[in-house]
Design a protein around this ligand. Structure first.
Ligand code: IMO
Ligand code: MG
Length: 423
């Protein structure tokens, strides 16, 4: 395997990226997050204990790995320190963590504006995680954001006061909300600035040096390709670039330096939040997938919408990421089904839809075209090699490879570190 590997979500997030990242991170020298923020929810099970990570790279659970929160991440100081504290309280041996001086900082007004704008959207709400992600990226794009280097530099108090004054006028005049207390926020964030100083680096240099030295560098995607701001199901997307292209900009390296791109996909499909989902099952089959897969959000606790594997989505995301291999997660969830369906095309108004539509209205009109295969009806969760898997399971994996045009390199049959089959 190449020494630079990116792990990207091939669906709408929650694909089990944390587990493959953790698996690869046990071999990695460095793990890099380059987009998103505390909206991610990566759970990793080690020795029967479940660890939930939101902002810190999953490589933190490998005491020998250096973990980078890159410039493309929106950095939430209280979430960062709470996460570090809870990992320490869990007794985990932790790797080193560094935070980019260029990362934009999430402030309380971003979280409040996330909530107020979602409420104002009413029935058209996006179903965000309310972590302030969109509003923080809005400030970045508008060029009024404050970065980690601002927090730890001179003049932070004046800069923050002026931003809070601006936001308070939006909060009160546009939304009729209560203004935020500038003094309290300032005190809190000056405290974080002091605690943060030892973690801050020009992380692009660290990543570049590690790659040049031939170290194994792992790029950890958060969210999923279908939530990409440009290429996902807009406007039901997040505000960053979870596709492989996002790693270069978001960590400050040249795009050609990442050699292997592993797309993570569930053996079925889930989505949280709003927006069309062509293979969604609002019936007993969907409920059974949800129960067997424990499909409730790590970050928000929301039940996830569930459905059969959408090959149109995965073929699309393989293209936009340049995926070199797939990791097929939660395959054991399908142990219970007599028959399993794979969506290999869409149809709308009696016509085949060949490419993933840009328009949400067109997407909402699409119906799945399924191929039905036989289930294996066996407990595969204890199987440790490819050869052991039932013939029907192998046939299902082969169908997924055919529909996506990418080889399946990892198969996961349970949450544990040892329940990963490498082909
Ligand atoms: P991981 O890394 C699943 C979804 C939200 C919402 C939309 C926008 O665990 O796979 P945001 O708060 O980002 O502005 O919300 O994106 N979303 C996720 N869905 N997994 C995630 O991360 C997600 N992060 C954001 O539900 O629909
Ligand atoms: Mg999640």
């Amino acid at each position: 395997m190449a020494n630079t590997i990116a792990v990207v979500g091939s669906q709408w997030g929650d694909e089990g990226k944390g587990k493959i990242i953790d698996y690869l991170a046990t071999r990695a020298d460095m793990v890099v997050r380059a987009q998103g923020g505390a909206n991610a929810g990566h759970s990793v099970v080690i020795g029967g204990k479940r660890y939930s990570l939101h902002l810190i790279p999953s490589g933190v659970l490998n005491p020998d790995a250096v973990n980078i929160i890159g410039n493309g991440v929106v950095f939430d100081p209280p979430a960062f320190f709470a996460e570090l504290d809870s990992l320490r309280a869990d007794g985990a041996a932790l790797g080193q963590v560094y935070v980019s001086d260029r990362a934009h900082v999430v402030f309380p007004y971003h979280k409040l504006l996330d909530k107020l704008s979602e409420e104002a959207r009413g029935a058209d709400s996006i179903g965000t995680t309310l972590k302030g992600i969109g509003p923080c990226y809005m400030d970045k794009v508008e060029r009024s954001g404050l970065r980690v280097c601002d927090m730890t530099g001179a003049g932070f108090a004046e800069k923050l006061r002026s931003r809070i004054a601006d936001k308070n006028s939006i909060i009160t005049k546009l939304y009729g909300g209560e203004p935020l207390d500038a003094d309290a926020i300032l005190r809190e964030y000056e405290g974080y600035a002091e605690k943060l100083a030892p973690f801050v680096r020009d992380t692009g240099v660290l990543v570049d040096e590690a790659i040049s030295a031939g170290k194994m560098v792992l790029f950890e995607g958060a969210q999923g390709s279908m939530l990409d701001l440009d290429l996902g199901t807009y406007p039901y997307v997040t505000s960053s670039h979870p596709v492989s292209g996002g790693f270069a900009v978001g960590s400050g390296i040249g795009e050609g330096r990442i050699k292997e791109i592993i797309g993570i996909t569930k053996a079925y499909t889930t989505r949280v939040g709003e927006g069309p989902m062509v293979t969604e099952l609002k019936d007993e089959t969907g409920n059974l997938i949800r129960d067997r897969g424990h499909e409730y959000g790590v970050t928000t606790g929301r039940p996830r919408r569930c459905g059969w594997f959408d090959g149109v989505v995965c073929r699309y995301t393989a293209r936009i990421n340049g995926t070199t291999g797939l990791a097929l997660m939660l395959l054991d969830v399908l142990d219970a089904f007599d028959e399993i369906k794979i969506c290999y095309a869409y149809e709308a108004a009696g016509e085949r839809v060949e490419q993933y539509p840009a328009s949400i209205d067109k997407l909402a009109a699409c119906r799945p075209v399924y191929k039905t295969v036989k289930g294996w009806k066996a407990d595969i969760s204890g199987m440790t090699s490819w050869d052991e898997l039932p013939a029907e399971t192998k046939a299902y994996v082969a169908e997924i490879e055919a529909v996506c045009g990418v080889p399946v390199k990892f198969v996961s049959v349970g949450p544990g570190r040892d329940q990963t089959i490498v082909r």
